[in-house]
Design a protein around this ligand. Structure first.
Ligand code: NOJ
Length: 544
């Protein structure tokens, strides 16, 4: 397998998010590592994914699981070395798989030498790498993101005898992007990893780079201008590489991060995610239709990145307060399941470990516009541990088999970075890769088919989306159209059978069932007339 030469490869790709610490431990120290990911590359090839996103790899005091970087030019010791990453990239490329990595641009760890030197000496060039103030009065219109733990975006520093600005934990001081030296540093850091062979970056927390009085300090023009300069640097020197924006914003605001196709290649679609869960629980597609109606067209070379879950809480920032309350009641009945404005649970437990509902959620995600991303462990239906601190409960070790530590590591169980999920029905005895590979009915083999069916079909990446609004609201019914092809996608969101009887004049000829891989048994007469089982989905291909 070689890498696809398509410049727009990311528009067609299925992505997979790898929490390296949780994935596979190659040297028995209880932590997953880069060599472990390399050893498991066949797993990704079998699953059919095109690009891995590796969560932060840099040295870090781990106050925010690596999103607090203390050295941008190195790899955390437990993960291995820069050379290990080079090997992983080369081996992945040899299998046709690309790799992007997290880049935390907004802040550093307070242990980063820039902060350590800067706070101690106002005359050092590093003092001005951060945002200092004598009062906490500045930028009062900026919201607090980690609501459960913080009451201010300012913290007092005893060494500098001043306050410093931080949008996340106090151990993560924000960089001062008004300083040209900081902007240059970030470009140099990108260059270092791109020269190593990385295929791009998932750029963390990009809305918050600049601060301006009287604004909410998000999505500022200065931020966009700087991000465009990074894109131009990449385009000139590494035209195959991509930038994926983590901007937890409304689609109309994320649009600005695509700009005219000259800022980010991709952006996460945050508000779609809670609405997939909402529509399933309500057995009604309205919230999905609403959010897709709010999603503006994006420049041709750009793409949404869509997801069901990730390593953070299922964020409810992009819903109304009433909807949030309802989501908490429905999906997080135990207060321990709640965190900040979200829910710290994994996909399978959220969907009652119901195999058909989990399949439906993934199938819906893969049929909607955007390039989907799978969070490691969700493809086998892993559970969570709400007793662990912060978001750690959704970051437990990957369950490979039923051997010691679920086959994740041969270390003493006490030395694991986090305990393996131990309770039924999510313990390794019930959920593990090895058994699922041998079970034709497993979620993992379903995921492999899902990835395969979507692969190489530009209609899923480029096709227009049209809702079949006359269809009964319990069915998320839409078409994707591209050239003279159309796929009718029907998703029964409800736990009861549902009937459809609607005209579909734009289709003609014989329908082909993409899942059953055969022609639809009844000749098509211009009307879509059928019945769907509870939580059933159907993808029917027509010529138009
Ligand atoms: C977003 C990341 O996904 C999250 O895990 C992290 O805590 C914040 N950014 C701060 O870097």
């Amino acid at each position: 397998m070689t890498l696809s030469q398509d410049k727009l490869w990311y528009k067609l790709a299925t992505f997979y998010q790898v929490n390296v610490r949780a994935f596979f431990d190659s040297n028995c120290d209880g932590h997953g590592d880069l060599a472990g990911v390399t050893q498991k590359l066949d797993y990704f090839s079998n699953l059919g994914v095109d690009c891995l996103w590796l969560m932060p790899l840099y040295p870090s005091p781990l106050k925010d699981d690596g999103y607090d970087i203390s050295d941008f030019y190195n790899i955390q010791e437990v993960f291995g070395t820069v050379e290990d990453l080079r090997i992983l990239i080369n081996e992945a490329h040899a299998r046709g798989i690309r790799i992007i990595m997290d880049l935390v641009m907004n802040h550093t760890s307070d242990q980063h030498p820039w902060f350590q030197i800067g706070r101690a000496d106002k005359n050092s060039p590093y003092y001005d790498y951060y945002v200092w103030s004598d009062t906490t009065e500045r930028y009062q219109d900026a919201r607090i993101i980690f609501l459960d733990t913080l009451d201010s975006n300012w913290s007092w520093d005893d060494v500098a005898q001043q306050y410093y600005w931080h949008r996340f934990y106090a151990s993560q001081p924000d960089l001062n992007y008004d300083n040209p030296a900081v902007r240059q540093e970030m470009q140099d850091i990108m260059k270092f990893w791109l020269d190593l062979g990385i295929d791009g970056f998932r750029a963390d927390a990009v809305p918050y780079l600049f601060e301006r009085e009287g604004t909410n300090c998000e999505n500022l023009p200065e931020t966009h201008q700087f991000l465009r300069s990074l894109r131009s640097f990449i385009d000139h020197n590494y035209p195959h590489a991509i930038l994926l924006a983590e901007a937890n914003q409304w689609p109309k605001d994320v649009l600005a991060y695509f700009h005219e196709g000259d800022e980010f290649h991709m952006g996460f679609h945050f508000p779609l995610m809670p609405r997939i869960f909402m529509s399933l629980k309500q057995e009604d597609r309205s919230s999905l239709v609403w959010i897709m109606d709010q999603t503006p067209p994006i420049p041709d070379d750009c793409q949404w990145c869509t997801f069901l879950r990730n390593h953070d809480e299922l964020t409810l920032e992009m819903v109304t307060p009433e909807e949030r309350q309802w989501m908490w009641e429905q999906y997080a009945p135990d207060p321990r399941m709640r965190l900040n404005l979200g829910i710290r649970r994994r996909l399978a437990p959220l969907l009652d470990n119901d195999p058909q509902k989990i399949r439906l959620a993934f199938a819906l995600l893969f049929a909607l516009p955007g390039s989907p991303i799978i969070y490691n462990g969700d493809e086998i239906g892993m559970g969570d541990n709400i007793w662990l601190f912060d978001r750690n409960g959704v970051r437990t070790p990957m369950q490979w088999d039923t051997s010691l530590n679920a086959g994740f590591s041969t270390a003493d169980p006490q030395d694991l970075y986090a305990p393996v999920i131990s309770e039924a029905p999510y313990s390794p005895a019930f959920v593990n890769v090895k058994d699922e590979l041998e079970d034709p009915q497993s979620l993992l083999l379903f995921m492999r088919r899902l990835v395969e069916i979507r692969k190489g079909k530009p209609i899923f990446s480029y096709g227009q989306l049209d809702w079949l609004r006359q269809v009964n609201p319990a069915i998320a019914a839409f078409t994707r159209s591209y050239g003279n092809e159309m796929i009718v996608v029907l998703n029964n969101l409800s736990a009861t059978s549902q009937k459809i009887d609607v005209p579909l004049k734009q289709a003609n000829g014989q329908a082909y069932d993409l899942w059953a891989q055969q022609n639809w048994p009844v000749p098509f007469d211009g009307n879509l007339r059928l019945s769907l089982e509870p939580h059933q989905f159907l993808w029917l291909k027509f010529q138009t």
